[in-house]
Design a protein around this ligand. Sequence first.
Ligand code: IVH
Length: 684
Amino acid sequence: MNMFEARMNELYELVKYHAGLYYDKDSPEISDAEYDSLVRELRQLEQDYPQYARKDSPTQTVGSQASELFAKVEHVTPMLSLDNVFDLNPSITPKKGQISQNKLDSLEGFFSGINQDGGFVCEMKIDGLAVSLVYEDGIFVRGATRGNGLIGEDVTENLMLVDAVPKKLVDAPAGRVEVRGEVLMTDERFNAVNALRESRGEKLFVNPRNAAAGILRNKDSKDLIPMSLDIFLYYLVDAERFGVITQSGALSWLAEHGLPVQNAYEVCADIVAAKEFIQRWQNERYKLNYHTDGVVVKLNDLTRWPEIGATSHAPRWAVAYKYPPEEARTRLTDIKISVGRTGVLTPVAILEPVIVSGTTVQRASLHNWNYIRQKDIRIGDYVYVSKAGEIIPQVDRVDESSRESGLKRVMPPCAEPVRCPFCGSEAVRIPDEVALRCPNRASCPAQLKESLTYFASRDGMNIRGIGKKLAEKLASSGKIHILSDIYTLTAEDWMSLDKIGELSAQNILAQLEGSKSRQPANLVTALGIPDVGKNTAELLMSHFGSIDALMSAGEEELAAIEGIGAVIARSVHDFFGNDENRRMIEAFRDLGFVMGGEAHNAGGKLAGKTFVFTGTLEGMTRDEAGEKVKAFGGKVSGSVSGKTDYVVVGEKPGSKLKKAQSLGVEVLTEAEFLALTGITYDKD
Ligand code: IVH
């Protein structure tokens, strides 16, 4: 695999992981700007190296899977997302007579080649959650989230509680009306909700968008809905049925029928006027009491939308221009250290409080010591801070013009932490990495707290009752040295931790017992191997079938798996190469965990047989063929080895065919594969 393919595979994983946190869990770990830049890099690579692009790429899908909590709703007209652009003008001026322009990067590029008669409507891009509202004869009957664009969640009951959603339209037309817009939370309401949650000892929301999504997509926070959610509508489905032929007409129609529409929009005669709107609103938008992260530019003449069309996930008649993250200037008064789940020591800037994009910032990430050195950030400096997606603000750069004399450079070894501030272990620099790490994975209380929380999380062992607070107490109790130790604690041990009563202790024990039968992929996720999230863990387990097989895999074998890049392969290999970690796996086995491979559809007719697919199959995709093999108890591998039983060859096979021939592995055509396995096509 070359470096581009490897990076693309890595990006697939990263984007999927972070999209899951954002859309499904409403609790992102990185800023929107960082997420956007991962997607941008992936799109660019997909454009440059289409041969490595995957059909299931996260760039080709919209939003998330509908949650099981709600009934599913099929969107008769798909709910699309929007493509993003980050520049107003193309970065390179096209040569005369040449239209080849990278459409991905600019507003002007996006609309080049599209008939722009009738101009545009520019609307602020609301940072909220897309919903569809359906009215029958003027009565609100159904509300749904976007979900994956085709299937959303039925959140009618919750939307009924939102004051801003009219339950009855003004001057309603007969029959069905569907409108779409954005559920949001204003800044004041966000502060009020968080204040309430703080007083109840509940986790605070990181930003208004996540708060709005979290509350709307939850059955247990109904009480919070009336005080927290608002809505703006911006889309009238089948507008022409109502005699509406422009987007500005649609916005007026919505308002006339009693639906809330934001005021921050304008008709712009041409792209020059659209750019002017974008520039004007760059600072104006902070006067709005809700968050916006860009401007949506839509072709005003909506009668041409159908012919202009859409990609699988976004229309070609509209695009979102995203503003660069906002920066604020403040003084850096100190540098402290925080320790993450994998022991990485991160320097954190302590700041004089400053407001960035509407909220106060007092701490900001400095990433690592190289970052500090490269940017020459010194204690006492005035620095620029940005908040982007309002997750963890970061220090971008120093205002050198206002540096006072006498400030010392932050330089190793004196300023570099030689010891972990939490457990006193000597910090190590990982070869090839800029990060410093506390090597004391097993018993550093700061790491243990983070890894316990992660271990117990939903994607991990899903042990309800063990959250951050309890994890912290456990970690500092001295009762736990490695993760598996939590299974050896007695009810008394649990009760000796603050505020744990007998009932809660018994409940935790029951949860722990139940968690032992979770899927091996959950255990692999829960281990917290760096760079291995839920998706990667599932991919690894579907490939290896058991934790034992995974543990004994070589680095190259791991990297040969489609979807696993060099970084992940190394990380997995290193993790299982560590004696302490291996002992922990043995402890899990002794505790009775499901390790995989026990009853791998042993009765299936392909049991014990390993297949490798190469080239394009005629009747199904390789993934579909693989699924069928697995359903019959067989295994599918991404690489040919002595253990491979059959290599199935489609059109334009890769190097795997040669390898099979050189190893003397049996090679099957697609027809032979079907005949041998008795597999039939679903269609035709
Ligand atoms: S129009 C067919 N207008 O941004 C696409 N979307 O990043 C219709 N959004 O999915 C979308 N403000 O959830 C439109 N004024 C606005 C918007 C807006 C926010 C959201 C919407 C969309 C997402 C894409």
